[in-house]
Design a protein around this ligand. Structure first.
Ligand SMILES: [Zn+2]
Length: 332
């Protein structure tokens, strides 16, 4: 099945913003649906996951199938997890949902994710999620394989021998980073010679090691990148707004520079500041276009078909290490 599509269900950072003035881009927090080779991958579980949840359940019912999905968490800040308690396919034992995320505390992702859904903060705990078949750390030095006849997602060491038929599978890699408070994991999803990189929360000037990200995102067909702030806001030059340097997010030009440094074919800006109305986001888009003509503004409902364009030329990707930035903390 030669499909590789991306649909945005939440493009807002920090908190949901349901105001009418934010309607065109949408007020839900981070959630992106990827369909590749018949596999459903969900990047982050912000408030946009609640609407995706309904859509997945409807599509499965109409097709007479169960919901099969893999949720990949970049980190555990509220704007990336607050939709999880409302992901009702996970409560249906007929479905098969797998969760993966980074170990950000040393206690492991399976331990840490439980705090998102437990009394007294929510009536139910993860034990009620009968459709969840597995919760795993996205381990350093591993690659996640999906589809191609595998009965379940397979996380294998990059050092291990390739599994049979791996070239037909969806391949997910991770890059651990300290470019966001409490750390973050970026994802690269590859299928049939196309690739996308998801980096929704990132402030590249906060640490050294920018080269690792450029290598990780090298020649991606689509880079989904943090563009939370305007430059004036970031540097504290906007009236009544604080300086946000060091908060772990990019301003528009930083996102464009990241795309140019990586040689990404297209750039989708996301994670807009919740204060920004549609006119402000429009202006972010105009500025982005002046720096990088492959830039576009993500909005709720934006659908991108990565199979519609020819694959990027096959150039060997430089090496990167999952934990490269781990050895270069901020201020080092
Ligand atoms: Zn965020």
């Amino acid at each position: 099945m030669d499909t590789f599509t991306v649909t945005f269900w939440g493009v807002r950072g920090s908190r949901p913003t349901p105001q009418f003035s934010h309607f065109r881009y949408g007020g839900n927090t981070s959630c992106v649906e990827v369909n590749a080779g018949g596999q459903t991958i969900i990047l982050d579980a912000g408030s946009g996951l609640a609407d995706l949840s309904h859509s997945l359940a409807c599509r499965a019912r109409q097709a007479g199938e169960r919901v099969d999905a893999v949720l990949l968490f970049s980190h555990l800040h509220h704007d990336h997890t607050q939709g999880l308690p409302f992901f009702y396919p996970a409560f249906n034992p007929r479905n098969r949902i797998h969760l993966f995320g980074p170990d950000l505390t040393g206690d492991g992702f399976p331990h840490d994710i439980q705090a998102v859904i437990m009394p007294p903060y929510f009536p139910l705990s993860m034990k009620a999620m009968a459709g969840v078949c597995g919760v795993q750390d996205f381990l350093p030095g591993h690659v996640l394989l999906l589809g191609g006849g595998l009965p379940a997602p397979l996380l294998r060491s990059k050092e291990a021998r390739p599994v049979s038929g791996e070239e037909d599978m969806v391949r997910v890699e991770g890059l651990f980073s300290r470019e966001h408070p409490n750390d973050v994991l970026y994802y690269r999803i590859g299928y049939r010679g196309r690739s996308l990189v998801y980096a929704s929360d990132r402030e590249p000037e906060a640490v050294r090691g920018i080269g690792a990200f450029s290598r990780f995102a090298h020649r991606a067909d689509l880079l989904i990148h943090d563009a939370q702030f305007t430059e004036a806001h970031y540097f504290g030059l906007q009236p009544d707004m604080p300086c946000t340097k060091g908060w772990g997010h990019s301003y528009t030009k930083m996102a464009c520079q990241a795309a140019l440094a990586a040689g990404a074919r297209r750039l989708a800006l996301t994670h807009y500041d919740p204060h920004y109305d549609d006119a402000t986001v429009d202006e972010i888009g105009r500025r982005a276009q002046s720096w990088y003509d492959g830039a576009q503004l993500a909005y709720e409902g934006l659908h991108i078909d990565l199979m519609q364009s020819a694959p990027a030329p096959r150039v060997p990707r430089p090496d990167y290490r999952y934990s490269e930035l781990e050895t270069q903390p901020a201020g080092a």
